[in-house]
Write a protein that binds this ligand. Structure first.
Ligand SMILES: [Zn+2]
Ligand SMILES: [Zn+2]
Length: 409
């Protein structure tokens, strides 16, 4: 592969787990609670705590119908429970840069602190907020549980709000997938240049299926603010990320943001993406080509389908547990994956002696070589955006559409 993206594939997905119905009006005010959290540790372990409690002073932009995350997805999950009944009234899975830090030479020994910002629907009465992580069996367990009583907890307010522009709106935030493009490095630049780049980023987002035909399900906002994204994350030149999550959310202010794309005004190639955390992209000449792959990570929690055993986490998916990402399998529990989508008579594994043009996915099957590993991990098609910048395969497309439909109505 000519351009390898070191995006965070560190996402854990499995099939939709029964979503519960939670009546929004019964439990929530319609406002937004913001928690700025700290996660500190190394490969030996970590702790997480709430550092700042804030009122985002904005309407809840997420879905008011799907409040419990239907995907068992991400390294972490935040869960809000009604204090009286114990009922889970909101949850969301996500990942963090910390997962990759743990895999670095430094991260094996030296503790470091990482920021997380969680946006939650403001509860009407006392709740318990559980910050969950994966245990050794990939199960979600409580890591920290903090009570929150809206009548007692003092809340700070957002500040340092960046300069916001509505780029393309199709409806109320609660009914749409809200994407905030944060423009870094445009101070002192002319406004026409910023407008050109906003437009370019927006067209990249909607340039590829299934984003293209779901355009009306999205709202897109621009926010001009410098948020410390830098090349060289974890010593990798083209890995362009930011550690300053709190500053990023300060800049976003009240902007609705189910997803965040940091657009960096730099022509050098760089980027990265973490599931339900953010995506970063420089305005490189190949952006149109490589960014949809990053959006696959950030929006869909999709795994890389390519092979690269030099990566530190190359054997990530070869273990006793079926990987949680929907688009790869180690056949430990394939029934949870795309088994039902296979044409009858498909051989598992599927021989890869088919000749498929590079810009097509080819027939659905179970092809060996995925998730960085040559052996023992399988992918749905010969080519895919998550492997080699072909269109998204049917399995990846299905998950992306499920995610969109969770936010949009
Ligand atoms: Zn990737
Ligand atoms: Zn795929």
């Amino acid at each position: 592969m000519s351009v390898l993206l070191l995006a965070a594939a560190m996402v854990m997905v499995q099939g939709a787990a029964g979503a519960q119905n939670v009546r929004f009006k019964k439990y929530f005010t319609g406002g937004t609670l913001r928690l700025d959290c700290s996660r500190e540790g190394n490969a030996q372990g970590d702790t997480v705590w709430v550092s700042r409690w804030l009122d985002r002073s904005a309407e809840w932009h997420g879905s008011r119908e799907v409040l419990v995350d239907p995907f068992d997805n991400g390294d972490y999950r935040v869960e809000m429970r009604d204090a009286k009944s114990g009922k889970v009234i909101y949850s969301k899975g996500y990942s963090n840069l910390f997962r990759e830090y743990k895999g670095t030479a430094k991260g094996r020994k030296v503790k470091a602190r990482f920021e997380e910002t969680l946006l939650l629907p403001m509860p009407k009465r006392k709740v318990l907020i559980a910050l969950q992580r994966r245990d050794d069996n990939m199960q979600l367990v409580d890591q920290t549980v903090v009570p929150f009583d809206p009548d007692e907890q003092e809340l700070d307010f957002n500040y340092h709000i960046g300069q916001r522009t509505d780029l393309e709106l199709h409806g109320a935030p609660e009914d749409k997938v809200d994407v905030a493009i944060v423009a870094q490095g445009y101070n002192g630049m002319s406004d026409p240049q910023l407008r050109v780049d906003y437009y370019r980023m927006k067209e990249i987002l909607f340039g590829q299926e299934p984003f293209k035909s779901h355009r009306d399900d999205f709202n897109v906002y621009g926010v001009k603010a410098d948020v410390d994204a830098e090349f060289g994350t974890f010593g990798i030149d083209r890995y362009l990320m930011t550690f300053s999550l709190w500053k990023l959310h300060d800049a976003l202010g009240t902007t609705p943001c189910d997803y965040i794309i940091i657009m960096v005004n730099d022509e050098r190639y760089g980027g990265g993406a973490i599931y339900n955390f953010y995506a970063v992209a420089s305005m490189h000449r190949l952006a149109e080509y490589v960014l949809p792959h990053e959006f696959g990570h950030a929006f869909g929690g999709l795994a890389d389908e390519y092979v690269d055993e030099d990566l530190a986490y190359g054997n990530l998916h070869i273990n006793d547990y079926e990987p949680l990402e929907p688009n790869i399998t180690n056949l430990k529990d394939f029934g949870r994956k795309w088994k039902t989508m296979l044409p009858s008579g498909t051989k598992v594994p599927t021989p890869d002696n088919v000749d498929v043009p590079k810009n097509e996915c080819g027939p659905l099957g179970v092809y060996e070589g995925a998730g960085y590993a040559y052996k023992g991990v399988y992918r749905p098609t010969m080519h895919c955006m998550m492997r080699d910048y072909a269109p998204f395969c049917p399995v990846c497309t299905k998950r992306l559409e499920e995610v969109f439909s969770m936010y949009a109505k």
